[in-house]
Design a protein around this ligand. Structure first.
Ligand code: NAD
Length: 405
């Protein structure tokens, strides 16, 4: 089976190492960003393949073709996998759209919020068989709730370290039935249990990165006094009672949205939208020394040990990097999406609002204006408002309809 991996960062290398190591899979890489295609090729040539170093041993996979030109690597692929931050999804989907085979499945690692809406818009012209939310036809798509591993690229085109693998990750698909096929096809190569869920809406609300990353950034830095740091603070290990309170409230607000949608649409299955502590215990089973509280689920999680807050160097010392993906990805492609759904549902989200208002200042963006998701940068998010959804029916009817197909 031919697979194309799109991207050139940590996740793309992890996928390439693991999947290309399978004997019966031929793996191509689509790397249009900067000079990454050349760097992939040079690295692969130098080492003979991508070595994925895991705590249980090293797997080496050699991609067959690497190119910045989608025509070289996408046609003929059964799976096209976007192992990318969400802000690169639309650009990448536009690159591959004209080259996809009719039977291709396009997957996002991870989906983050609103991936299905973005894919439906961009891939509408690919002539797949599935009618999308906007009524047009689109290729089959799937998305993972989170990345299966914590991974770090250590030598470009050569080695990637897989620090920890989650026990289970949810997968949603359009059409819905594809989710279980994806789970049986990919669980073994990825080294974990993929679990099919009912719909993408559940995955959008269950995107825990949207809570964890902006929530901890806010908790650590909302009252930062502009004094530089001597060393970067630990990110997850710094979760104290106060930061945990922010995370808990964000999680509770997502549960409020879920409850309201389930009340308004009794046939809508949102069981994938778990409270944050429940998600952490399930995803990191065995990695958490003390699973008793939300705070301890983060502060004592071995997969997070040693990971530090994103910082940048200045002449005066280290300062928080507010433009790093913990805000730049997880607000427009996460929290703002959920906030947009909450607005359509009439659910109030005071902590989300507080975090978004703080983050948008740090990002020099405007998503919330006068308490509504109507700021000038909403068109650069994946909030439902960006796709012209003006009422909850437009967001909730498609997942219900899909369930019965
Ligand atoms: P990364 O920062 O390593 O990815 C960077 C890559 O994205 C670049 O190499 C390039 O190929 C592409 N890219 C960046 N900007 C682009 C642009 N403007 N246009 C086109 N392409 C662009 O990210 P990653 O660590 O591989 O993470 C991928 C996804 O997984 C993200 O959503 C991330 O939040 C999530 N995630 C990662 C980890 C991890 O351990 N790496 C853990 C959990 C979740």
């Amino acid at each position: 089976m031919q697979v194309t991996i799109c991207g050139g960062g940590n996740a793309a290398h992890a996928l390439a190492g693991l999947i290309a190591a399978r004997e019966d899979w031929a793996v191509n890489v689509y790397a249009p960003y900067g000079n990454e295609a050349r760097r992939w090729r040079q690295g692969i040539e130098a080492r003979g393949g991508i070595a994925a170093i895991t705590p249980n041993g090293t797997l080496v996979g050699r991609p067959t073709r690497v190119s910045a030109n989608p025509a070289d690597v996408v046609p003929g692929s059964r799976l096209v996998l976007l192992a990318l931050p969400a802000f690169a999804h639309e650009f990448t989907l536009r690159g591959i759209a004209a080259h996809l085979d009719g039977r291709a499945w396009v997957g996002a690692f991870p989906a983050r919020g609103g991936f299905d809406w973005c894919a439906a818009e961009v891939l509408a012209s690919t002539g797949g068989e599935e009618p999308s939310t906007n009524g047009k036809h689109s290729a089959a798509v799937f998305g993972l709730q989170t990345l299966p591993w914590a991974c770090r690229l250590t030598a470009y085109g050569q080695t990637v370290e897989i620090l920890g693998t989650k026990a289970a990750v949810d997968v949603a698909a359009r059409p819905t039935r594809l989710a279980s096929e994806v789970a049986s096809l990919l669980s073994a190569p990825l080294g974990l249990r993929l679990e099919p869920v009912a719909n993408f809406l559940g995955l959008t609300l269950a995107n825990t990165g949207q809570l964890i990353h902006p929530g901890i950034m806010y908790g650590l830095f909302y009252d930062w006094d502009a004094q530089p740091y001597d060393e970067a603070p630990f990110f997850y290990q710094s979760v104290d009672a106060e930061v945990a309170r922010v995370l808990q409230q964000l999680s509770d607000e997502v549960q409020d949205v879920r409850a309201e949608l389930e009340r308004a649409y009794p046939d809508l299955d949102l069981s994938a939208v778990r409270p944050l502590d429940e998600w952490a215990r399930r995803a990191y089973a065995g990695d958490i020394a003390d699973p008793s509280t939300l705070q301890s689920c983060f502060a004592t999680n071995r997969s997070y040990t040693g990971l530090r807050a994103p910082m940048r160097s200045t002449d005066a010392g280290l300062v928080p990097d507010f433009k790093a993906r913990y805000l730049a990805e997880d607000v427009p492609f996460g929290l703002a999406v959920t906030r947009g759904i909450a607005e359509l549902a009439g659910v109030s989200t005071p902590m989300m609002d507080q975090v978004i208002v703080w983050a948008q200042k740090r990002l020099d963006k405007q998503y919330l204006a006068d308490g509504r998701l109507q700021g000038r940068d909403v068109p650069q998010t994946r909030a439902p408002q960006r796709y012209g959804f003006e009422d909850l029916d437009q967001v909730c009817q498609m997942p219900i309809h899909e369930k019965t197909r």
